[in-house]
Design a protein around this ligand. Structure first.
Ligand code: NI
Length: 229
């Protein structure tokens, strides 16, 4: 599932995040957290995970995710990898084609997270930098993603993807992975589509319309069948 979720962060939260991610933030070489294949492909900077700004930013992003009903419906999160933060600028300005690891060690809390869904939450606006698109290979095409600050893209972790070189300015983002209660991308997509259509039916026919009640039950029974909570 490829999904663009708008306004995950408010403009004020983007400002707060950007203030914590300034030039004097504890940026370190992104290769410190890369394994094998990624080592030669990765040229960016990441915020040191054990730093105070990282703790504050993590909490800000997680709180924003928790209040977003669309995010919940789309991802059906079981575990969320502690959000990380990166910067592409100057000489450290790209991440070549790679796949994300299937199981990743999250630090807060310490746990293994299976990567079902990859998330990029943009913290710099598209006018602030040149290049830097997230390029995701689909079965037959390549999607180029560059979103307004505060918006987020969800995409299957199984895809080959890259961040194109940033040739002007700085691309700043948060990124993390989700282990979903519903492991199958197909099943998750069916549930998401059904939930979105149910929203429309509810607003048209009302919460208590018998067909709406019945279909809401079907949604939950499918979720019960497929979810591993
Ligand atoms: Ni990646």
């Amino acid at each position: 599932m490829f999904l663009h979720l708008k306004n995950i962060l408010t403009p004020e939260e983007v400002q707060t995040a950007r203030a914590l991610l300034g030039a004097d933030a504890p940026w370190i070489d992104g290769r410190s957290s890369a394994g094998g294949q990624a080592l030669t492909q990765k040229r960016n900077e990441q915020l040191a995970q054990d730093s105070a700004p990282s703790h504050e930013l993590r909490a800000l992003v997680l709180a924003a995710l928790q209040r977003d009903a669309l995010f919940f419906s789309a991802a059906l999160p079981k575990k969320i990898f502690n959000p990380l933060f990166n910067r592409y600028s100057g000489e450290s300005n790209f991440y070549g084609a790679h796949v994300d690891g299937a199981v990743l060690r999250s630090k807060a809390p310490e746990q293994w997270v299976r990567s079902d869904i990859s998330c990029t939450l943009f913290l710099a606006g598209p006018e602030e930098y040149e290049g830097g698109e997230l390029r995701i290979q689909d079965a037959h095409s390549e999607r180029h993603v560059k979103l307004p600050a505060g918006d987020m893209v969800l995409y299957p972790s199984s895809t080959v993807h890259q961040v194109a070189p940033v040739t002007r300015g700085a691309r700043i983002a948060s990124f993390f992975w989700i282990e979903s209660m519903v492991r199958s991308t197909e099943q998750r997509l069916l549930l998401w589509n059904m939930d979105m259509d149910l929203l429309k039916l509810r607003s048209r026919d009302g919460e208590n319309d018998p067909a709406v009640v019945g279909l809401t039950g079907t949604y939950h029974n499918l979720l019960r069948m497929w979810a591993d909570a």
